[in-house]
Design a protein around this ligand. Structure first.
Ligand SMILES: CO[C@H]1[C@H](O)[C@@H](O)[C@H](O)O[C@@H]1C(=O)O
Length: 700
């Protein structure tokens, strides 16, 4: 449990029966063919064996009870026939792990259509062993359901990380390409083990320097480390790069010279990095340049870049995270209004990348209404793994629970069972290109993510990227076992703690559909009072709209009518507060403080008691963790204990500051079960947090 090895601990298996099963079923390894990826698979298995069983897994050419790694084309024709239905069921990155008899010898075969499939299969076998599963008649086949499974690093070239809370960027730009840190390979291993197959190295608030020759060399060095692990490298393309490079005096996407500039740039990159993935672009959003600067559209911009990378098999991930300062009526509506009219107009190698919700990575948001509204455009999901609005890396929040909620939401666009997951994996309208992105929470901290439990969010993102229908409970269980221990006395309570943690953060930060009431700029801690900003859509008051009448954002017909962007069954159901799920109540409705809720109590009563519940649940987490000392190494045990104390203190801060503020408008007493705020509202308002650049981005 050293933190650095993440879920690849390969903790020694001491149970003699289990050890006997594994080491007798697999007495050596036989590898057909050779490649960097097959070598990586073999190395992983051998190192794991040493750590799991304290024995060497030796390479053998023949014998019984071998583990055989071979791609499909290296199997004998009899074996290919025997496995034909399994082989038909997997895709290019899928794998089969099967107990068979080969040349009359019992063998466990890992096969696939590609070397990468064999690598994924090797990690899967190791997972089965880490989970202490019975492998005596192993028969598993699996394939990823989404094609592009990508981490987005918001890492700047000066190594600060926008919204990063785990130290600096792991990309040591000024020492590349010469210095290859062991972390790069371990990063690749960790990602490959969960099936992530792409990484965008740079921040969407982009610096065009990364597209210069000098930096392409550095990117190439990273790409070489990642290649054996099936991880493609992508870069963010700053739209004004042709201007900034000094070559041109415009970046107009319809200008021929500009188009040629991007084609030449793509050729230059692909000459060095033949499997370069393509570009991720944030355009005309929060100060980033884009096609609108030249009176052109998102389609013009995206298609220009798409043409540049198409000859090389590259893709463009064009973000839909746009909201303009000119139309502050309801930020939640803007991306839909700007993008939906372009449905069907993007080139085949463009994915429109959409955040899970329409505002911005809040503890809870309804799914983004673009999902389902662009049937002729491949849509890529963007989740945020780093906890910008969820307490940074000091709060324990298990995000797969939240990701699952979005993926399983029914959009009703083609009747019932039109889940967001089906839109993302392309099954709902037969998409050829599919993708999912997660904004990374990785940094230079010894344990990669700052909070030891932050690793679970990276892990869980990967698992859901592979299979968006997976149950978050399964993910929690696997992660806990692989990271800590298989002991049920630990696994059961900690699993419950993880699964509950997401709801707790919603309760103590933004209950009942409240959102974006975080302090402005850094987004750390409460700030529902900030009202004097030049841009209203950065203003928390704008989102909660508390006044003496009530609280909440009216997004029905009588308000912004953002609700009309959803399919009818949702739009109708949510148009009245009585039929809106309480978790989204104040997202869609402005309601009187004494509005009567389902439990017969007033809205104010429910807001206050929910904040209080959130605090109590953090106390429950502490109580649970305190019983776990004997199962966990001292270092992570103590670190988590201290972090939970911080989380408790901050949950109280959220409760007290928000209730002190809202009470000014509700003018109602706090329920008896809720303590009076510890400090005055003025005190909470006066707290300042001078965070480093990165955490508080310079554009804001
Ligand atoms: C990279 O910029 C970020 C910005 O820091 C963040 O506050 C917000 O979540 O969204 C932006 C985006 O997603 O582009």
């Amino acid at each position: 449990q050293n933190g650095y090895d993440l879920w690849l601990q390969y903790s020694s298996i001491t149970d003699s029966q289990l050890k006997q099963q594994y080491t007798s079923k697999i007495t050596g390894i036989q590898v057909k063919g050779s490649s960097a990826t097959l070598n990586a698979s073999t190395e992983e298995l051998k190192n794991a064996w040493k750590s799991l069983f304290d024995t060497d897994l030796e390479t053998r050419e023949q014998g019984s009870n071998l583990l055989m790694l071979a791609t499909e084309d290296r199997l004998s024709s009899e074996l290919q026939t025997e496995l034909s239905s399994d082989l038909e069921s997997i895709n290019d990155e899928g794998y089969i792990i099967k107990q068979l008899s080969i040349d009359e010898q019992p063998t466990i075969l890992i096969t696939a259509k590609s070397d990468i499939g064999v690598l994924y299969g090797s990690f899967r076998l190791l997972k089965e062993i880490q989970l202490h599963k019975d492998i005596s008649n192993i028969d598993i086949s699996d394939s990823p359901k989404i094609q592009k499974r990508v981490l987005n690093h918001w890492d700047n070239l000066d190594r600060t990380v926008e919204r990063g809370y785990a130290g600096f960027s792991i990309w040591d730009w000024h020492l590349l390409p010469e210095l290859i840190k062991p972390e790069y390979m371990d990063y690749a291993r960790a990602n490959a083990s969960i099936g992530i197959n792409g990484t965008v190295l740079t921040n969407v608030n982009a610096n065009s320097l990364v597209l210069t020759e000098h930096y392409i060399e550095k990117v190439k060095a990273l790409a070489e480390v990642f290649r054996p692990y099936g991880i493609q490298v992508y870069l963010t393309a700053r739209f004004s790069a042709p201007l900034e490079s000094g070559d041109l005096d415009t970046a107009d996407p319809l200008n021929e010279e500009v188009r040629q500039w991007w084609k030449d740039k793509a050729d230059e990159i692909y000459a060095e990095i033949p499997d370069f993935g393509g570009f991720l672009v944030k355009a005309n959003s929060e100060g980033q340049p884009g096609p609108n600067n030249y009176g052109r559209s998102h389609v013009d911009g995206a298609n220009m870049l798409a043409e540049a990378v198409a000859p090389h098999g590259g893709i463009v991930m064009w973000r839909a995270f746009v909201y303009s300062e000119d139309d502050p009526e309801d930020r939640a509506k803007q991306a839909y209004s700007e993008f939906v009219p372009f449905d069907g107009q993007f080139h085949d190698n463009v994915l429109v990348q959409v955040k899970n919700g329409a505002i911005d990575f809040q503890p809870r948001e309804p799914f983004h209404p673009i999902f389902g509204a662009m049937p002729d455009t491949p849509l890529m999901m963007e989740f945020q793994i780093t906890q910008e609005y969820l307490g940074f890396s000091s709060h324990l929040v298990f995000l797969p629970k939240m990701f699952e909620e979005t993926l399983q939401s029914d959009t009703y666009v083609q009747g019932e069972n039109s889940s967001v997951a089906k839109i993302i994996d392309g099954t709902l309208s037969n998409k050829k290109l599919t993708g999912i992105a997660g904004v990374a929470n990785i940094g230079t901290e010894k344990n990669w993510t700052g909070h030891p439990f932050g690793q679970a969010n990276w892990y869980g993102f990967g698992r859901l990227a592979w299979d968006p229908y997976l149950d978050s409970e399964k993910i929690a269980e696997d992660w806990i076992k692989m990271t800590f221990t298989n002991n049920p006395e630990f696994v059961q309570p900690i699993k419950e703690m993880l699964l509950d943690s997401r709801e707790s953060v919603v309760k103590y930060m933004t209950p009942l559909g409240l959102h974006h009431i975080m302090d402005t700029g850094h987004h750390y801690g409460p700030g529902p009072w900030v009202s004097e900003l030049s841009r209203p859509e950065w203003n928390p008051v704008y989102y909660h709209k508390a006044d003496s009448e009530g609280v909440g954002f009216d997004r029905t017909k009588s308000g912004s009518n953002a609700l009309a962007q959803y399919a009818d069954p949702i739009a109708e159901k949510y148009s009245s507060p009585e039929t809106t799920p309480e978790k989204f109540l104040l997202w869609f409705h402005h309601l009187p403080w004494d509005y009567e809720m389902e439990n017969g109590k007033t809205l104010w009563f429910n807001i206050a008691t929910t904040y209080q519940e959130g605090v109590e649940e953090v106390q429950d987490m502490i109580d649970t963790w305190e019983k776990m000392e004997e199962y966990v190494d001292q270092e992570p045990y103590e670190k988590v204990s201290m972090l939970l104390q911080i989380q408790l203190k901050e949950a109280k801060w959220w409760r007290d500051a928000c209730l002190a503020y809202f009470q000014k408008y509700s003018n109602m007493e706090l329920p008896e079960s809720v303590p009076e705020p510890e400090h005055s509202l003025e005190y909470y308002k006066s707290l300042e947090f001078p965070f480093a650049p990165g955490i508080r981005p310079s554009w804001n």
